[in-house]
Design a protein around this ligand. Structure first.
Ligand code: COD
Length: 299
C-alpha cells in the first residue's frame, strides 16, 4: 500500500519492462515537458504522434532529445488520436496520453465501437490526492467524464476507482459516497443512490472495498466530525475514495483540493483496455508527472 505520490514512481520503476505511452497530438510544450520529466525518471518510453515539425521544434526548444523515440507525422487531431488508439490495439503501447487535442475528440476515438478501446465497462476519471491536511492519500471520482451518473454508472465509477487502489496495494479501500447530508432523504436522489450502493456492498453484491454513504464530506474525512455527529462507520474519518454525486461536485472538490488545499493529484481515465492520461493546462508540472507515473504503475 502506498502512502505518498512519490511511491507511484517506485511502483512504475518496479515494472519488468518500461511502459510505452502513445501520445496523441504530442506537439505541445506542456505535454513534451511532462514526458521529458517522466522519461528522465525512467518510467516510460513514448511514441509521439502529431505534427513532426512542431514536435521537433518544441523538443529542441526545451532540450528534449527525442532522437531514439518513434515519431509518427500526422497533422489531423482526430487521425492522430485514432493512430494512438491503433498503437494500443496492436500492443505497441500500454498507456494512452492526450496531447494538444480536446478531450472529446480523443474520447471519441477511444469509445469507437469497432476500432476503439472499450472493454464493455464504463469509463471514468480517478484522481488520487496527496494533501498536507489529510493523513493518507485520498481518491476522488469522477471529476472529468461522467456528467450526471445514474445508480449503475456510480457502481461502475466505484469499480474503476477500487481497481486503481487495488493496483497500488490497497486490499480493501474505504469508499465514501458523499453529498450534503448523512441521512437518507427521498427528495435527494444522491442519498438514495448512496444507501442502495452501501447496502449492495454490505450484502456482498459489490466486493473488494468497504462502502458507506450517504456521508457529508466532513464526516468522511474527519473522525472528530463523525464522532460529533454520532456516525458509526468503518469509513467515516478514514476514507480512501470519495465518490461525488456528479461531475460538478467532484470537479469542485478536485479544484478546491488543488487551489485551496495545497494538494497535488495524479489522475487517469479507467475502464478502457489501458489507462488514459489526460493532463490539462491547469495541472501543475508535478501533477502531470504523477499522472504519468500512476498510469505506468497500474498499466
Ligand atoms: N463509458 C463508456 N462508454 C461511454 C461513456 C463512458 N463514460 N460515455 C459515453 N459512452 C459511449 C456511449 O454509450 C455511446 O455508445 C458512445 O460512447 C457515445 O456516447 P455519447 O454520445 O454520450 O458521447 P459523446 O462523445 O457525446 O460524449 C462522451 C464524453 C465523455 C465526451 C461526454 O460524456 C462528456 O462531455 N463528458 C464531460 C467531459 C468534460 O467536459 N469534462 C470536464 C472536465 S475536464
Amino acid at each position: 500500500m502506498i502512502g505518498k505520490l512519490t511511491d507511484l514512481e517506485t511502483l512504475a520503476k518496479g515494472k519488468a519492462t518500461t511502459r510505452k505511452i502513445a501520445v496523441a497530438a504530442a506537439g505541445d510544450q506542456d505535454v513534451l515537458e511532462a514526458l521529458k520529466n517522466a522519461i528522465g525518471h525512467g518510467i516510460i518510453e513514448p511514441i509521439l504522434i502529431g505534427i513532426e515539425k512542431k514536435i521537433r521544434s518544441i523538443s529542441d526548444k526545451i532540450g528534449f532529445d527525442i532522437s531514439s523515440f518513434e515519431l509518427i507525422d500526422i497533422e489531423d487531431k482526430f487521425e492522430a488520436s485514432a493512430m494512438a488508439v491503433k498503437m494500443i490495439k496492436e500492443g505497441k503501447a500500454e498507456i494512452l496520453m492526450k496531447g494538444l487535442v480536446s478531450t472529446g475528440v480523443l474520447l471519441k476515438a477511444v469509445l469507437d465501437k469497432e476500432v476503439g478501446l472499450r472493454k464493455g465497462e464504463l469509463l471514468s476519471h480517478v484522481a488520487i490526492f496527496e494533501t498536507p491536511y489529510y493523513h493518507k492519500l485520498l481518491g476522488v471520482t469522477d471529476a472529468a467524464m461522467n456528467v450526471d451518473p445514474e445508480l449503475m454508472d456510480k457502481i461502475g465509477i466505484i469499480k474503476n476507482a477500487v481497481e486503481v487502489f487495488h493496483k497500488i496495494g490497497y486490499d480493501n479501500p474505504k469508499v465514501a459516497i458523499v453529498g450534503s447530508v448523512e441521512t437518507i432523504n427521498p427528495r435527494m436522489e444522491a442519498t438514495m443512490h448512496a444507501a442502495t450502493i452501501s447496502m449492495m456492498n454490505y450484502r456482498k453484491q459489490i466486493t473488494g472495498c468497504i462502502i458507506d454513504g450517504p456521508l457529508a464530506i466532513d464526516g468522511a474525512v474527519s473522525k472528530k466530525s463523525a464522532d460529533m455527529k454520532n456516525i458509526t462507520s468503518d469509513v467515516a474519518g478514514d476514507v480512501d475514495i470519495i465518490l461525488a454525486p456528479d461531475i460538478d461536485g467532484a470537479n469542485i472538490l478536485y479544484k478546491s483540493l488543488n487551489f485551496l488545499g495545497g494538494a497535488t493529484a495524479a489522475a487517469v481515465i479507467m475502464g478502457a483496455t489501458v489507462p488514459i492520461v489526460l493532463t490539462s493546462r491547469g495541472d501543475t508540472e508535478k501533477s502531470k508527472y504523477y499522472s504519468i507515473a500512476l498510469a505506468a504503475a497500474i498499466a
